[in-house]
Design a protein around this ligand. Structure first.
Ligand code: GTP
Ligand code: MG
Length: 224
C-alpha cells in the first residue's frame, strides 16, 4: 500500500464511484489502529470488499477506503483510514488522528503483546485526536480460538475502564465485521444528537464536529 494523502476534490475524481459520491447526509472519518499484524487491513478489506487473503503484506504508512452505508435513515459516507501498525510509521499515522470521529482499536486475541499495547494506543488517541472521538476495541482473529491468549473478560474489563465499546471478531470468517462499524457509526450519531449545536459533520461541512461528552479518562491496566 502506498502513502496516501487526504482525498481532496482533485483526487476524488480518480477514486472509485463510492469515493466521488457526494450524495450523503454525513461523512465520518474513521481510523483503524493497533499493532502490526493484528489484522487491520484484512478487517477493512473484509468490510469494504468482502475479501480476505491469508498473505501478510504489512501496510506502508497509511491508506484509505470509502464506503457509504444507510444507518438510522441517513446516508453515511465512511472514509476509513487503515494505518500501519509498525512503530517506524508512528509519526505519519498519528498525523491522521486529528479530525477522526471514530477509531477501531484492534488487537489479536492470540497475541497478549498486542493486547498489552492497547493502553498505549488509547493514550495515542487521547493525545492526538479530538476529546470526543469514539472508540471500539476489537479483538480480531476469533476464528483462532484454540490459540487464544487474551481472555474476553480481560478485554471487556479494559474496554469498560477506557469507556470503549468492545467486540471480538474475525476478518477471516466475517464475524462481527459489519457489526463493529455499525456500532461505531451509531455511537458517533448518538454523540452528535447529544451535541448542543448538533452541527457535527455534514455534507457541507466536514470540519464542524462539535461533540460535547468526553469519554472516561483512560486508566485501563494490563497484566504485562
Ligand atoms: P500492519 O499493516 O503491519 O499494521 O498489519 P495489519 O494489522 O494490517 O495486519 P493484516 O491485516 O495485514 O493481517 C496480518 C495477518 O493476519 C495476515 O496474514 C492475515 O491474513 C491474518 N489475519 C487477519 N485477520 C485474520 C483473522 O480474522 N483470522 C485469521 N486467522 N487471520 C487473520
Ligand atoms: Mg495493514
Amino acid at each position: 500500500m502506498a502513502l496516501a494523502k487526504d482525498p481532496g476534490p482533485a483526487q476524488q475524481s480518480q477514486e472509485p464511484k463510492d469515493a466521488a459520491d457526494q450524495n450523503f447526509d454525513y461523512m465520518f472519518k474513521l481510523l483503524i489502529i493497533g499493532n502490526s499484524s493484528v489484522g487491520k487491513t484484512s478487517f477493512l478489506f473484509r468490510y469494504a470488499d468482502d475479501s480476505f487473503t491469508s498473505a501478510f503484506v504489512s501496510t506502508v504508512g497509511i491508506d484509505f477506503k470509502v464506503k457509504t452505508i444507510y444507518r438510522n435513515d441517513k446516508r453515511v459516507k465512511l472514509q476509513i483510514w487503515d494505518t500501519a501498525g509498525q512503530e517506524r510509521y508512528r509519526t505519519i499515522t498519528t498525523a491522521y488522528y486529528r479530525g477522526a470521529m471514530g477509531f477501531l482499536l484492534m488487537y489479536d486475541i492470540t497475541s497478549q503483546e498486542s493486547f498489552c499495547a492497547v493502553q498505549d494506543w488509547a493514550t495515542q488517541i487521547k493525545t492526538y485526536s479530538w476529546d470526543n472521538a469514539q472508540v471500539v476495541l476489537v479483538g480480531n482473529k476469533l476464528d483462532l480460538e484454540e490459540d487464544r491468549q487474551v481472555p474476553a473478560e480481560d478485554a471487556q474489563k479494559l474496554s469498560s475502564e477506557l469507556g470503549f465499546q468492545f467486540f471480538e471478531a474475525s476478518a477471516k470468517d466475517n464475524v462481527n465485521v459489519k457489526q463493529v462499524f455499525d456500532k461505531l457509526v451509531d455511537v458517533i450519531c448518538e454523540k452528535m444528537s447529544e451535541s448542543v449545536n448538533g452541527e457535527a459533520i455534514t455534507a457541507d461541512n466536514d470540519k464542524g464536529a462539535n461533540l460535547k461528552d468526553t469519554p472516561p479518562v483512560s486508566q485501563g491496566g494490563c497484566a504485562c
